[in-house]
Design a protein around this ligand. Structure first.
Ligand code: AMP
Length: 396
């Protein structure tokens, strides 16, 4: 019986899922939030019960220790030795990693080096790594990179049309993100299509962060996020693509500082920025239904930016067999799926099965047999990919 814990360590949070790998069952899952505060929040789900506790947690080490102590106290494991592997989600693997890796000194040093590209993520992944290494030294550790799936992009897709030296000397290029999700969802779609030898799939990962990926024969050929997750389609609070001259204008003429502009583009833009209502899709939809003009405009722009990338990838792939909707909005909003698909009907011959879209459950086809493109809803499962890769690399 091999147990593996999938960990996603952020600046002040630590998400976890503990798997029994013999049957890939999730034994327990949860999140520790507000690490570093006296009122940190520890939420754990176990056997259909959800427990929430507010307590001081001073750092990631204390969070990892608390989590592992709780696993023992609740008899979720009888000994920490049962946990054979820890899989860490790592946002930025740069050009170094095209697959998951055992976290040896080299891998750790590269994750550290890449913190210049992901200052809000990579340092915290390493903090999580050290915390678990100290708490359960006998468990192996594996890094699963958000960027790895997109390492198959060709140079013509990842090079920016700026002086080449910034790529050669400064690592400036498209890396993409959400790779673990795009990998899982595209491969699940290929499985649902009966594992054809050739396939052209677009994954629309529409959550608070959102990106689209074109996947040919199971391989990522292009993706909407870029050097950082700020690029691509509009998101909850991120702008997605804007003319970079807007930045210069705001700094030189309006008096914003550079950090203020970057903060604005990351945290105050997207659905929130246009609607002025919320970054949460449900809130914006609710406001739009009540006639709020800017909420309507925000949704309109959101949908149009999604279809613009679908159009690009239709051309790049030379056709589309399937479009997959995933993540918070993609999995849960029949309304968003219908609005997006309606915009594709004329050009791509997409036809939605209303009943399957609105009332179906789980991973499913929601297009009619007449539709020229299959439309799937697929529930992403990044933690399962992390656990599977950890098992495979550690030979468990
Ligand atoms: P994620 O980042 O994948 O957790 O997705 C978060 C986004 O999903 C938020 O914008 C939520 O409003 C949206 N979302 C979650 N559930 C629903 C739902 N039932 N209908 C519409 N949007 C939803």
């Amino acid at each position: 019986m091999a147990k593996i814990i999938a960990v996603n360590a952020g600046s002040s949070s630590l998400k976890f899922q503990l798997f029994e790998m013999d049957n890939e069952e999730v034994i327990t899952s949860g999140v520790i939030e507000r690490i570093g505060f006296d009122d940190a929040i520890f939420t754990i789900k176990y056997q259909d019960q959800k427990n929430k506790e507010i307590l001081p947690i001073k750092d990631h080490q204390a969070a990892a220790d608390l989590l592992l102590d709780t696993l023992i106290k609740k008899h979720i494991v009888s000994s920490l030795d049962e946990i054979k592997g820890v899989g860490h989600r790592v946002v930025q693997g740069g050009s170094y990693f095209d697959s998951s890796k055992i976290m040896d000194d080299y891998v750790v040093s590269k994750i550290d080096e890449l913190k210049v590209l992901a200052p809000l993520h990579n340092p915290h992944h390493l903090t999580g790594y050290y915390a678990f290494k100290k708490a359960i030294p006998n468990a192996g550790a594996v890094a699963v990179f958000d960027t790895a799936f997109h390492q198959t992009l060709e140079k013509r897709c990842y090079i920016y049309p700026i002086p080449y030296k910034y790529y050669e000397e400064n690592m400036v290029r498209k890396y993409g993100a959400h790779g673990t999700s795009h990998f899982y969802v595209s491969h699940r779609a290929i499985e649902l299509m009966g594992n054809p030898e050739h396939s052209k799939v677009i994954v629309a990962h529409l959550g608070n962060g959102a990106s689209l990926t074109a996947v040919k024969d199971g391989i990522s050929v292009n993706t909407s996020m870029g050097f950082t997750p700020l690029a691509g389609i509009m998101m909850g609070t991120r702008s997605g693509d804007v003319d970079p001259s807007v930045i210069d204008y705001l700094v030189e003429n309006i008096g914003l500082t550079m950090p203020e502009v970057i903060h604005m583009l990351n945290k105050e833009s997207g659905l929130l920025g246009i609607s002025g209502v919320s970054s949460d899709f449900r809130d914006v939809q609710q406001a739009a239904l009540q006639g709020h003009e800017r909420a309507k405009l925000a949704l309109d722009i959101f949908f149009r930016r999604v279809i613009a990338y679908i159009g690009r990838y239709f051309i790049a792939l030379g056709g589309i067999d399937a479009i997959c909707f995933t993540a918070g909005i993609g999995e849960n909003s029949a309304y968003a799926r219908k609005e997006i698909c309606d915009l594709l009907t004329e050009a791509l011959g997409v036809e939605i099965d209303q009943e399957a879209n609105e009332n179906g459950q789980g991973d499913r086809l929601i297009s009619t047999p007449n539709s020229k493109v299959k439309i799937f809803v697929i529930y992403t499962n990044e933690e399962l990919v992390i656990a599977r890769d950890t098992k495979k690399l550690l030979n468990l």
